[in-house]
Design a protein around this ligand. Sequence first.
Ligand code: COA
Length: 136
Amino acid sequence: MQILSFPQITPEIKQLRVAVFHLEQNIPERILFDENDSSASTTHFIVFDQHPVASCRARFYNNDVKIERFCVLKTSRGQNIGRKLVDAVQNHFPKFKLVISAQLSAEKFWEKNGFVREGEEHREADIPHVQMGRKL
Ligand SMILES: CC(C)(COP(=O)(O)OP(=O)(O)OC[C@H]1O[C@@H](n2cnc3c(N)ncnc32)[C@H](O)[C@@H]1OP(=O)(O)O)[C@@H](O)C(=O)NCCC(=O)NCCS
């Protein structure tokens, strides 16, 4: 398994987002990509396990690093790939607190990775979310 980071989004990362968020979760494709993908404050991460299996982006947000578009391909879940990706982001930004607007359905995953609730539940893309963060 290999985790790489890039200053720009790649075709493989686009495909992973579409597979998980659009085809699986029915989120409209147009809101999966935005200006933050090409911002200088964004780093893109991708996990390869023979082929691309997971990705996310991380960007400076206030004084923290915000994780977004975090996804593991359905067929690759339950193998600690998500956990390794979170660790890779933290290792890339060792001095920064990580924050996320987490899908409620994934809250336990984030808790298991040391994140705690830091805000109210809200809806994004018509999906319940909650603000979470991980103290350094
Ligand atoms: C949520 C997601 C990222 C988890 O990825 P994953 O690679 O399967 O997670 P891991 O294998 O690293 O799991 C780590 C731990 O979290 C647990 N976990 C993972 N997803 C979970 C979930 N949805 N609910 C409860 N626990 C979960 C695992 O059981 C494991 O626990 P353990 O250490 O006690 O065995 C993945 O299911 C996914 O991409 N889902 C669809 C998109 C999504 O929801 N993204 C997150 C947006 S905030």
